[in-house]
Design a protein around this ligand. Structure first.
Ligand SMILES: [Zn+2]
Length: 94
C-alpha cells in the first residue's frame, strides 16, 4: 500500500469517527433531556408530540446540560426579559 493511500484511508476513518462522535454527543444530550420543567416542575413526556413541539429546550453545550421549560414558564421568562430590557431602555432615556 502506498503511503498516500494509507493516509487517505486514515483520514476517511477519522471523518467517520468524528461523525459518530457528533451523533453520540447529540444522543447523549437527548438523554439528558429532563422530564420536567426546570421552573415549575410540570411533568414532561418526551413521547408526547404536542409537548415536544411546544416546550422549549435550551442546550448548554459547554456545561453539557439541557434545560427544559414548559410554554407557560417560557412565556413568563420572555416577559421578564422584555420588561428588563424596557426598563434598561427607559433608564437610558431618562
Ligand atoms: Zn414550567
Amino acid at each position: 500500500m502506498s503511503l498516500e493511500r494509507k493516509l487517505r484511508r486514515t483520514n476517511a476513518k477519522k471523518k467517520k469517527k468524528d461523525a459518530e462522535k457528533a451523533l453520540g454527543k447529540k444522543a447523549a444530550l437527548f438523554g439528558l433531556l429532563p422530564n420536567k420543567c426546570l421552573t415549575c416542575e410540570a411533568p414532561f413526556d418526551k413521547m408526547n408530540r404536542e409537548q415536544v413541539m411546544s416546550w422549549n429546550v435550551v442546550v448548554r453545550q459547554e456545561e453539557e446540560k439541557v434545560h427544559l421549560y414548559c410554554p407557560e414558564c417560557w412565556s413568563k421568562a420572555q416577559q421578564i426579559i422584555k420588561d428588563f430590557k424596557e426598563r434598561l431602555q427607559n433608564k437610558k432615556e431618562e
